[in-house]
Design a protein around this ligand. Sequence first.
Ligand code: M6R
Length: 607
Amino acid sequence: MCGIVGYSGFRQASSVLIAGLKRLEYRGYDSSGISVLNTQGLVTFKKTGKIINLQQIVPKDLQGLSGIGHTRWATHGGVTDRNAHPHNDGKNSISIVHNGIIENYISLKEMLKADGVVFKSETDSEVLAHLVAKFYEDDLEKAVKKALTLVKGTYGIICMHRDKPGILVGARNGSPLVLGIGEKEMFLASDVSAVIGYTKQGIYLVDREVIIVDENNYRSTDLGYQELDKKVEHISWELEELEKGGYPHFMLKEIFEQVDSIPRAYSGRIDEDLATAKLGGLNMTNRELLDVERIKIIAAGTSFHAGWVACYLMESMARIPCSIELASELRYRNPIVEKNTLYLALSQSGETADTLYALREIQRKGGRVLGICNVVGSTIARESDGGVYIHSGPEIAVASTKAFTSQITALYLFTLLLARMRSLSWEEGTTFINNLKKLPEMMQSLLETKDQIAALAKKYAHYQDFLFLGRGINYPGALEGALKLKEISYIHAEGFSAAEIKHGPIALINEETPSFFLVPDDGLKSKVISNMKEIKARKGLVIALAVEGDEEVAEIADDVLYVPRTHDFFYPFLMALPQQLFAYYCALELERDVDQPRNLAKSVTVE
Ligand code: M6R
């Protein structure tokens, strides 16, 4: 979603802002803009399309040591230059960038229009610029706070005034904002990727916090004048992690990184002597863990699929009833929060609005929520009652890949911990750990089949509809395979339980609709084979992901890809990687924008 960046210091602000916006590109956007303060006043440039379009209109030698910038993902108003941020007031004295949604913008607009304000855009955000201008009496902090008291909705904002050189006022409510503290320079941004090229010291703002910044100082308050005591935190991500490192796309790099990101998720968290997991941040005693009678996972998108895989393991191995629900649905259906149910909020970014609001709803009702996140210091990580970081490193491509397998790894460790407190024996725990530790080598061997997968993608990329089918613990993996394909290649793809096709989806089958089957050698294999035959009987094309040496599947399918043999619980990892590569190569074949697919945002911070 929208990205915001602000700078005050000694460098050319426009360069810092554009570099910062480029780091935020991965969030997804359709226009960008900057405002810089120099001797001419506030100078603003904005343009639809990629940041390169903005760069073409910003003079290379643009003066100014402070400024703000924005990448917009359109919500209110189409993708036009006028709707792009920053938005300025009529006198060009205020410039503002906003991430979030001002829900009461229509009534605020009417009020401002009655004052004679003329609006230049169709956005909700523009009201903020005019509101701050309305209340400005030589005190920017005061004006911003007054404006925000009238606002209903979510915001991460940065505001500057023509007469206050070097001063930026930032505020957040529901949309992330971080301060990067440099030497004689300060950065504000919607995430740390925009600042880590300059500093590793940061402060994460909380909701209803306002920060007043100049090149040397910062001061943080609530929406009134109560000062907040903020802890400066070390930002652990490295700049190289934000680079492509020789790969043509972040997505491919991140698929390949799974060989390292999976062990990163489990390393230091396994107790071999006791054949269990040790997870530091849960904030729960063993007694409390033993009292857990039910687990409920809330998530969205790929995280939802990862959570669903873990549900199967939780019930099979720990024998704890486990269910998963789309966070967006849970929030509005007045959920029943039971005393001994433990909730897990699963989110790569830790900023997904649906998941965050569901977490708050559960907590409001007295439920305990653990956060399973990737981004350290993210809102879900901070607001949950404890949790586990998945440590997959920055995931830049919009399509989630390495986070999916790292999420499953972290959830598997949590399941192991609970299972070993219940009926799982030491021997079974040890076998589980040994299987987990074999995964990186197996993932490596799968990466070596990439050319075969690329050739398969070339053969199939021009079909317009696909089914992805799996069963049991591999059913969510089929849904994830379909999601990967559709989101980056725009090929229509649906995931189903292979057993369900006879209840409707099989009507779609003809020579033009290939089915991608997940067929591990588990207890459900014979059932899945029957489903494959049903498709073949209707002239459907079948691609199968089977276990090495499986002749039976090879005989039925039109094309087969193989994964190494493992324990049934671990096939979701091995089945994920070839599907990710298949989606990647299909998108490449169709010349799609792999890392930033149309209409999508990496971190979905609006409802
Ligand atoms: O950051 P989160 O894990 O909460 O994000 C949830 C979804 O928005 C995300 O997984 C989305 O579905 C991805 N684009 C899938 O690749």
